[in-house]
Ligand binder design. Structure first.
Ligand code: SF4
Ligand code: SF4
Length: 473
């Protein structure tokens, strides 16, 4: 079917020319109440992002994602690879939460919370405004010859961008390898840890590339969440939307003329000033309707409200609203879809809370040595050999750790013959023997229950199997 003219904007991306080249976006500096709120939200989030790897709770880093050593800290709690199922559950909760939020409130996460938008719009873009000036001055500077002014401004901007990218890369590394190790490496000097320095420079290069050049393309092309938007939104989702009923009316949008009776003229309230387009960091015209590129940053709401004030028309021509609200004046309501996602989220959070509550301080694994059968000893004793692994998930040492057999009468002896120390956030492993009188054995392969004590305190119970000769009863 032939596409309508007004639908043509969907055939291309505003930031790519018809020849396939990059069309650079020069957004006008936003101003207004929503931008002010966004600034405050971004200050708080930036502080949290930067200080989180340097905060310690009970000696543990507040947040750490050490993928290389497979150690993760969440809110000061250490998670080991053995806790992977908890991580998967947390990821699932994160995904369902974002889906629920998107169904109800569109891509609000992108405009207000996403680190990419916060760094781009609230750090790098503001430095650009400070050095090169607002939209018009930036366009002029880019068009002009490379003279002293352009070299000075561009050089200063790129240098500051590099320094900030380097700082972000350091924070990123603090999340990855831990802040203690990062500070130690800084103290030792960069040349003492060449491989880390190379990683740091690669991260710096990636951040510099993203914020100095790739910019809004991350949200438009690279981010999978942006792509998901199309299937998550419906006509009841609240998004940044242009009220086309009010903006167009019977005669459509038109420039504002002094002293005209806009109401009587039949023209829409949109005065076609293009302020909403010029301020948009993804280079789109929100008047075309909800688009994949819109990150819900609200800059166009502020810009349009300012124009409405100037021509004495009511604010809110662009506002947070659903299609249903604009078309039928219907208010926000909880749809079955939202209720369904909320129920799934509630179930997942309940399961996770239960699992976290039941999570033991020590993880114990006692496994029979592969390929080993039982051994006959004196006085009718059968012996099996095992390896043990004890993981301490807390920040305190467990001293004088010993094993006791709960299910059978028998002895457990470690090879070294003394009690074990399981260090804080560490592990202890070794070999042990379990000896049971053959008369106490029920089957060829008995199930054993073993308690692990630190001094007199029971810290974990675990199970294993014990091999013996065929039925003795
Ligand atoms: S259309 Fe408006 S809300 Fe969407 S990205 Fe552009 S300025 Fe931000
Ligand atoms: S800022 Fe408002 S009035 Fe101006 S073009 Fe955009 S929608 Fe129309």
């Amino acid at each position: 079917m032939e596409k309508q003219e007004y639908e043509r904007f969907r055939d291309s991306i505003g930031t790519v020319t018809s020849e396939g080249k990059r069309s650079w976006v020069y957004p006008k500096k936003p101003e207004g109440i929503l931008y002010k709120y966004r600034k405050w939200v971004s200050y708080i989030l930036l502080i949290i992002l930067v200080v989180s790897p340097f905060i310690k709770i009970k000696g543990n880093q507040f947040l750490m994602f050490n993928v290389l050593e497979r150690r993760f800290n969440l809110f000061g709690n250490i998670f080991w690879p053995q806790d992977f199922y908890l991580f998967v559950l947390m990821m699932l909760i994160g995904v369902v939460f974002i889906v629920l939020f998107t169904v109800a409130f569109g891509r609000i996460f992108c405009g207000w919370i996403c680190p990419q938008t916060i760094f781009m719009e609230m750090v790098f873009r503001r430095i650009e405004y400070w050095i090169e000036g607002d939209r018009g001055k930036q366009i002029r500077l880019d068009k002009q010859e490379w003279n002293a002014e352009k070299i000075r401004k561009k050089g200063l901007k790129w240098f500051i961008f590099f320094i900030i990218s380097f700082l972000i890369a350091n924070v990123f590394l603090a999340y990855l390898i831990g802040s203690d190790r990062l500070l130690l490496y800084i103290k030792d000097g960069p040349l003492a840890h060449i491989s880390t320095l190379i990683s740091l420079l690669i991260f710096t290069g990636v951040f510099y590339f993203v914020f100095a050049w790739f910019r809004e393309q991350v949200c438009i092309i690279a981010c999978p969440y942006g792509r998901l938007q199309g299937v998550l939104l419906d006509n009841k989702s609240i998004v940044v939307a242009y009220d086309h009923k009010r903006g167009e009316k019977e005669k459509g949008r038109a420039k504002f003329k002094k002293k005209e009776d806009r109401e009587a003229s039949g023209k829409g309230d949109c005065i076609d000033c293009f302020q909403c387009v010029q301020v948009c960091p993804t280079g789109i015209d929100i008047r075309n309707g909800t688009q994949l590129e819109c990150v819900n940053c609200t800059a166009c709401i502020d810009a349009c409200n300012k124009m409405m004030d100037a021509v004495d028309l009511p604010r809110g021509l662009i506002r947070y609203a659903s299609e249903e609200n604009i078309e039928k004046k219907k208010k926000f309501r909880f749809t079955p879809r939202i209720k369904g996602y909320a129920a799934v989220l509630f179930i997942l959070v309940s399961v996770l809370s239960g699992m976290l509550f039941l999570r033991s301080e020590v993880e114990a694994n006692i496994l029979r040595l592969p390929g080993q059968l039982y051994e006959h000893k004196e006085n009718n004793i059968i012996s099996n050999v095992y390896t043990y692994k004890l993981i301490n998930k807390t920040s305190k040492d467990f001293e004088e750790v010993q094993f006791k057999l709960l299910s059978h009468n028998g002895d457990i002896n470690t090879v070294k013959g003394h009690t074990i120390l399981v260090p804080a956030n560490g592990l202890a492993e070794g070999t042990l023997f379990i000896k049971i009188n053959r008369a106490a054995l029920e089957e060829e392969k008995d199930k054993l229950k073993i308690a692990i004590y630190s001094g007199d305190r029971l810290i974990e119970t675990t199970g294993t199997t014990f091999l013996g000769p065929r039925s003795y009863k």
